[in-house]
Design a protein around this ligand. Structure first.
Ligand code: ADP
Ligand code: ADP
Length: 232
């Protein structure tokens, strides 16, 4: 479902070259939850941002659902990105809009008509357990509820793939468990493929089928969770 080959990303930082990704190969199968684990500065978020081409790779290719995104122009890329949802550590909600308004936002961008939009927003809020919060504003919600809004918004375009950027890092342990359980349920019920990045082994152990360990812009090792745990 996601195929990353020879991915390199070099940033220019005040005349100095920073190699954030030094040649990464990654394969995420359809219906899988795949974790990329690594410390701060390892290159995880650069990798994630290259998977939906928010960041242009310096070299290498990224294919999602069989389509090489690095070969697309801006217009085709915008269409392809609708099949890729993303959730964020700090939720990235619009504070002036209601919960429903936040979830409706991508549907408005896609020019979905009002009746269909309202139906879809209600369905999405039901899916994440926030049907009773449609009219609330983000400031009135707990962290866990905000992330549920983020998840509903990410699913609005009916994506095949969900990218998670440290989605539980700002949450307490109990709330983390409930968000991870929600992601697992969406993976099972919708067949959603999930690529997540995290610095916490506990997150990987809790929900991932496979994982890769990243360091200094390179993948050190990868495999299924039992394989990784069994290695010395
Ligand atoms: P992680 O998500 O694992 O913390 P990042 O992908 O954010 O790692 O960063 C990888 C490396 O690339 C780090 O050395 C970081 O300082 C550098 N880096 C990330 N973004 C930029 C940027 N926009 N400009 C210059 N260097 C960057
Ligand atoms: P905001 O004030 O945040 O802009 P709106 O009330 O204008 O929010 O709603 C934005 C969109 O969200 C509407 O166009 C509608 O499609 C959807 N929406 C609003 N309220 C609901 C609701 N209770 N259930 C489902 N969808 C809703």
């Amino acid at each position: 479902m996601i195929e990353v080959s020879g991915l390199r990303k070099v940033y220019q930082d005040r005349g100095r070259e920073v190699v954030a990704l030094g040649g990464v190969d990654l394969r995420v199968r359809k219906g899988e939850i795949f974790g990329v684990l690594g410390q701060s500065g390892a290159g995880k978020s650069t990798l994630l941002r290259c998977v939906n081409l928010l960041e242009r790779p310096t070299a290498g290719t990224v294919a999602v659902a069989g389509q090489d995104l690095t070969a697309l122009g801006e217009k085709d890329l915008r269409a392809a990105r609708r099949r890729i949802g993303m959730i964020h550590q700090h939720f990235a909600l619009l504070s002036s809009r209601t919960v429903a308004g936040n979830v409706a936002f991508p549907l408005e961008v896609m020019k979905v008509g009002k009746a269909e939009r309202t139906r879809r927003v209600a369905e999405l809020l039901e899916l994440v357990g926030l049907a009773d919060k449609a009219g609330a504003h983000p400031g009135q919600l707990s962290g866990g509820q905000k992330q549920r809004v983020g998840i509903a918004r990410a699913l609005a375009g009916n994506p095949a793939v969900l990218l998670s950027d440290e989605a539980t890092s700002a949450l307490d342990p109990g709330t983390t468990q409930s968000i991870l359980a929600l992601l697992k349920r969406l993976n099972r019920e919708l067949g959603l493929t999930i690529l997540l990045i995290t610095h916490e082994m506990s997150v990987v152990k809790a929900i991932c089928d496979s994982a890769a360990i990243m360091r200094d812009g390179l993948i050190q090792e990868s495999g299924t969770i039992p394989e990784l745990i069994a290695r010395p």
